[in-house]
Design a protein around this ligand. Sequence first.
Ligand code: ADP
Length: 324
Amino acid sequence: MSSVRTIGVLTSGGDAPGMNAAIRSVVRTGLYYGFKVLGIRKGFNGLINGDIEELTARSVGDIIHRGGTILQTARSPQFKTEEGLKKAMSMAKVFGIDALVVIGGDGSYRGARDISKLGLNVIGIPGTIDNDIGCTDYTIGFDTAMNTVQDAIDKIRDTAYSHERCSVLEVMGRHAGYIAVNVSISGGAEAVVLPEKPFDMDTDVIKPIIEGRNRGKKHYLVIVAEGGEGKAIEIAKEITEKTGIEARATILGHIQRGGSPTVYDRVMASQMGAKAVEVLMENKRNRVIVFKDNQIGDMDLEEALQVKKTISEDLIQLSKILAL
Ligand code: ADP
């Protein structure tokens, strides 16, 4: 029997498709096992302000297919202060919250860690389109975001072919190139620019384009992980100047965050949400839900924050080979 009676759930940081499926799963699995579940609106701000209401099986009906988050999300500078944390902790007591489920990225995990130090039991669920949380191989929203990018690539490819152009597509990932490297393979890119790797314009971008043209290519695709406003525009300009091929930049932006989650994201989110409740059933404290070795598991929050992950060199290499 769990010592937890009431679970609070919130979404924090950047939104990601599939967060609703995770909320729904926490609520319904929680109710199934006899917990009371409270929804906290607008991330940690909602906990500070007491913007909280009880969720029923019906309040999470008709949301599994919707992108974004019904609980809304926020970045909360106040939560980074001692005063903010204390306010949040006292509000958790007012509402009788025994455990807090935080769906978000690693920033949100750090916030969760901070309030756990005041005595609140927290469980993290990885939700970010960037897939950049070290402790887990997968984060909710990643698959949907990649498929949104792929859809855009397929459309751009049609027009690029017709005009023999080079398309330079800027995708999300300021610090992590997981989306970029994967779509460079699925979209057949000539070159990919990643935040993790130093790149040389001439050898990494211009050379594969020129060589491709000499082998008879009719259009070209360069993927750029955002890494600074307008980087794709600069790269496109340089490609045109150096190769004579007309290059056009497209910045996908927030389109990548939205949309109906893929089956994969819905199933992952459902499993991770359920696992968060199971962890509480086992009376565990301060854990994060992870996907490792093709299995949903859990690990200590503090340890999880120390884990770093690196982008796969094999994927980068494969992307280069297949650009032949
Ligand atoms: P994400 O969770 O997507 O990485 P953020 O980095 O914006 O998004 O984090 C979301 C919220 O988590 C922040 O607004 C803040 O309230 C809290 N947070 C972020 N970083 C820290 C930190 N280092 N220490 C404490 N709280 C943090």
